[in-house]
Ligand binder design. Sequence first.
Ligand code: DC
Length: 223
Amino acid sequence: MKTINIAVDGPSGAGKSTLARRIAARLGYIYVDTGALYRAIAYDMLQHHAETEQEIAERLPQLRISIAYEDGVQHVLVNGTDVSGRIRTPEVSMGASRVSAIPAVRQFLFALQQQLARDHSVVMDGRDIGTVVLPDADVKIFLTASPEKRAMRRFLELEEKQPGVQTYDEVLADVIRRDEQDMTREISPLRQAEDAVLVDTSDADLEQSEQMLLDVCKEKLKL
Ligand code: DC
């Protein structure tokens, strides 16, 4: 049976994960957060002090990355251990941005992402889903918002989980630095696919953004 694939790409803090998860629930598809896969690899590399590109590439064959769902929530496992609760720190965010620029890492995750999309109807969020991983996706959305709005959302999220870890200005500086890293890397840089629909959520709340995305999906899928 042909599965339906929806690709949601965009910079960090644009609301991709929250919105992609909601859209998936509305449509009855599974939600795949590909950033969590890069984060899981970064977490493992930090744990094992693999720092150089060569050290990272050498460790990859020892890793088995898989995902599982509990009440519709994606969990990511490294060699059978659920690391989902440990991959949302600023250190892992930076590490993920760094490891995601390594070709061997991208290649390692490419097959897993394609397999998931072949086996299930998915809403998959990331940076290169519409451009590289699922170039034939049925719907492609490029979700963005201004750096200030994105930084504020990340800041509020962090404050809720770990108050006082970073100031708003530090979060904004990180957002800008990560945008730069993600958009200028040589391999699979973050960019809008030619056939992707641009959705800017700078001035929209969650409900409005969700509706904007659903409208695009319904139109493309003729629902
Ligand atoms: O979406 P996120 O913040 O969890 O992603 C973490 C990092 O992983 C981000 O800096 C870019 C990278 N990434 C990527 O290169 N390609 C993807 N498909 C998803 C994430």
